[in-house]
Design a protein around this ligand. Structure first.
Ligand code: NAI
Ligand code: SF4
Length: 441
């Protein structure tokens, strides 16, 4: 059984309220941290090996150490709660059921970073959660864990919740900052990174909800102990939101030592595939990461079991591996049609492109139209190569990673499932009436 650090108390009734959270030892990590110096906390976070849980997996301690500290300029912590990656819903779970875990993590992190005003930027569609967070903030304030002179330390902290307008691109950290400043959420060129020039041009750390929540157990058990959980550079625990063709969709906390096979088939996690269907493919890290067929999902190209961690999932690079990403684990059974699936994603990215860069603005629309043609039985063989060319021209040529995120699913689908594209083109009448999965497995 995986060790639980974040969700260990999630089952306790009333845990979203301060009194219950406190009875379970809540805010003790903050009490401990506030007796330490910010540098000591930073050393703990570095020692933990925690990697950003939003998707990029960038080392959190390193990001914090990049924070510029010019004299007299305020700094900010911004929590990225704009969780919009298709298949990803683990931050929603944390905020809905354990809001004080996030607030406590923000208190420790803000103290470490020297932020007296911190923000939670939350996805617009999570319309019921800001009230939960604001209630938790008020409770923490009433108990002396937020506001002025927290626990007599002289440290002040206000936390504000900002609702997004429902644009996927506002989850990109610089677009989020633009939106938080009241402007259109267009990504900025990086560098400068937010750690140097962020919110209102002030040094800013932007971290995912789960990353900040993980600061609480790190302070609780120490960074060194946290680093002992997991394997290699995949330390600690990771939340996975599992969905698609599985018996038990939901949010699971894993310690990154289990195999992908165990995650899909064991009763503790996904509980297998409904109706005894075969596993066809999986997108293990949210829609932006490459899809992998079952044979490469369960084993690496060298025949080793594949594990649910950053290194193992990426083993083999984009050609045979994939990525941990945001932990949005989407399972596809033998009945699913990869062309239809890829078309749906292409439509999503085209709709969500902010339009600043030509390769993304034009390329995503072009890819969607070609995929729609193929899916509807109107494609030509040369369309497959055209699709391949377009995604190549998008990747690496845009301001923000949305371009790459739109290109990778198309590249991986063609690389691993070219036969399905060809089947649609060769069988136009079948293509319109049934999907490849049902017809061919
Ligand atoms: P990134 O790799 O560009 O940056 C990661 C973080 O490290 C950023 O906060 C960046 O500011 C910081 N950083 C990197 N180099 C730095 C340097 N030299 N100095 C200071 N700071 C530095 O990736 P990004 O754009 O933050 O995230 C992309 C990932 O987000 C994708 O891989 C995707 O998996 C994920 N994603 C997650 C979503 C969700 O709903 N959770 C939605 C969409 C994408
Ligand atoms: Fe906008 Fe797409 Fe360019 Fe990102 S890659 S800045 S979403 S046009």
């Amino acid at each position: 059984m995986s060790k639980k650090l974040l969700l260990k108390d999630a089952h306790i009734e009333g845990i979203r309220y301060f009194e219950t959270y406190r009875k379970q030892g809540g805010y003790e990590a903050a009490e401990k941290a506030l007796k330490m110096t910010p540098d000591e906390i930073l050393e703990e976070v570095k020692a933990s090996g925690l990697r950003g849980r939003g998707g990029a997996g960038f080392p959190t301690g390193m990001k914090w150490s990049f924070l510029a500290k010019p004299e007299g300029v305020p700094r900010h912590l911004v929590v990225n709660a704009d969780e919009s990656e298709p298949g990803t819903f683990k931050d929603r779970y944390l905020m809905e059921f354990l809001p004080h875990l996030l607030i406590e993590g923000m208190l420790i992190s803000s103290y470490c970073l020297g932020s007296n005003t911190s923000y939670i930027y939350i996805r617009g569609e999570y319309s019921w959660i800001p009230d939960i967070l604001e209630e938790a903030i008020e409770e923490a304030k009433a108990a002396g864990f937020l506001g002025k002179n927290i626990l007599g330390t002289g440290f002040d902290l206000e936390i504000y919740v900002q609702r997004g307008g429902g644009a996927y691109i506002c989850g990109e950290e610089t677009a989020l900052l633009e939106s938080l400043e009241g402007k259109r959420g267009n990504p900025r060129l990086k560098p400068p990174f937010p750690a140097v020039k962020g919110l209102w041009e002030r040094p800013t750390v932007v971290n995912n909800v789960e990353s900040i929540a993980a600061i609480v157990p790190i302070m609780d058990i120490t960074g060194a102990e946290y680093a002992k959980i997991g394997v290699g550079r995949s330390t600690g625990t990771k939340l996975i939101s599992a969905c698609g063709n599985i018996n038990k969709p939901g949010v699971y906390e894993i310690d990154m030592t289990i195999t992908v096979e165990e995650f899909i088939y064991s009763e503790e996690y996904c509980g297998g595939i409904p109706n005894g269907k075969k596993l066809k493919a999986c997108i293990p890290g949210g829609s932006s990461v490459p899809i992998v067929p079952a044979n490469l999902l369960l084993k690496t190209i060298n025949g080793e079991p594949r594990y649910m961690n950053y290194e193992s999932l990426a083993d083999g690079g984009f050609a045979t591996g994939t990525m941990m990403g945001s932990g949005g684990f989407i399972v596809l059974d033998e009945d699913q049609c990869i062309v239809e699936h890829t078309m749906t994603l292409a439509r999503f990215y085209n709709h969500e492109s902010c339009g600043q860069c030509t390769p993304c603005r034009e390329g995503t629309g072009w890819m969607y139209k070609i995929l729609k043609k193929i899916e509807n039985g109107q494609g030509k063989m040369e369309d497959i190569d055209l699709l391949w060319d377009i995604q190549r021209k998008i990747e690496g040529n845009t301001i923000c990673p949305l371009g790459d995120a739109a290109a990778w699913p198309v590249a991986a689908a063609i690389r691993h499932f070219r036969d399905e594209f060809e089947w649609h083109i060769k069988n136009p009448e079948l293509s319109q009436t049934q999907n490849y999965g049902l017809a061919n497995y």
